[in-house]
Design a protein around this ligand. Structure first.
Ligand SMILES: [Zn+2]
Ligand SMILES: [Zn+2]
Length: 294
């Protein structure tokens, strides 16, 4: 790794940059299951390490879980959640929007680590782009370091372009949402970022997989990310917002054609068995005497 001799990076920082580089390479490579999965895992790992780097700059022992016991090489270190809490307590907390970005990638990463990877293209793109945006901001303005020299210039430019595109569409959705809030609650306090009390907040849109969906305030639910009405409903039991006609998380609402599809399959299977039998019975008696049959 290229480094200036008068500006030695810590081992944590080097480790973080290495994961970031691998994550970026996976992200730019292709949108396959494996590339996206490894992009999420490595980018999340980079975030975890960058947060630890910030803790270690306050005091190196702050990266350890138990700071009351003797710290050895095997001592456990903190995870993202604890790192964020410690930074907050040190007066070094990060903004809520960035915290949500980290929570989003952590949720998908945990699902990969412990259960499964869903490989939803739109959701993954948004999650990785927003995470990279956080990292670029954090490294430059909080850790006050430069990534060029550590990461190939072409890769870095490609990533910056993607992050910029993501930021643009995010900013536009945010603007539309705030315009709507203002028209609905004209007396709202502009200074306060909080939503009005009677407004329950936005939901995850099942189309664009971003949190810009407003339900119950228009004739039909509206997504400020997609900038259109979305045909969705919310399940009373599991709270999942699902596209009408598709299944919800708990399965109370089932995909309409699930049953129909199975019925068609069964019908085809039945038909092919019937045809096979028909052919077999036709062939058996008729084969030797076929010429004589009238
Ligand atoms: Zn949407
Ligand atoms: Zn449900």
């Amino acid at each position: 790794m290229a480094m200036k001799s008068d500006d030695i990076a810590s081992a944590i920082y080097q480790n973080a940059v290495d994961s970031l580089r691998i994550g970026m390479e996976f992200f730019l490579k292709e949108e396959s299951y494996s590339s996206r999965k490894h992009a999420i895992l490595t980018v999340f790992h980079a975030i975890e390490l960058f947060l630890k780097e910030q803790l270690a700059r306050s005091n190196p022992i702050l990266i350890y879980k138990n700071i009351d016991a003797k710290i050895t090489d095997e001592a456990m270190t903190v995870g993202v959640r604890e790192a964020l809490a410690r930074l907050e307590n040190l007066g070094l907390g990060i903004p809520d929007e960035e915290k949500r970005t980290i929570e989003n990638i952590q949720r998908v990463r945990n699902r990969i680590e412990h259960h499964r990877y869903d490989h939803n293209e739109k959701e993954d793109n948004a999650i990785i782009a927003s995470s990279l945006k956080f990292i670029l901001y954090f490294v430059e303005f909080v850790l006050e370091r430069k990534l060029d020299g550590d990461i190939d210039g072409k890769i870095l430019r490609d990533i910056c372009r993607r992050v910029f595109e993501y930021s643009e569409s995010y900013g536009l959705a945010q603007h539309r949402f705030h315009e709507w809030l203002r028209s609905e609650w004209p007396d709202g306090d502009e200074e306060k970022e909080d939503n009005p009390e009677e407004f329950e907040g936005t939901h995850r849109c099942p189309e664009c997989r971003q949190d810009w969906l407003v339900i119950g305030w228009h004739d039909k639910p509206v997504c400020f990310g997609c900038n259109m009405t979305i045909n969705v409903d919310m399940c009373d039991d599991c709270g999942d917002v699902f596209i009408i006609g598709e299944s919800c998380d708990c399965g109370k609402h089932k995909k309409k054609d699930d049953g129909q599809f199975q019925a068609v399959l069964d019908q085809w299977r039945g038909e092919s068995i019937r045809l096979q039998e028909e052919r077999a019975t036709q062939r058996a008696p008729s084969a030797p005497a076929s010429d004589d049959t009238p």
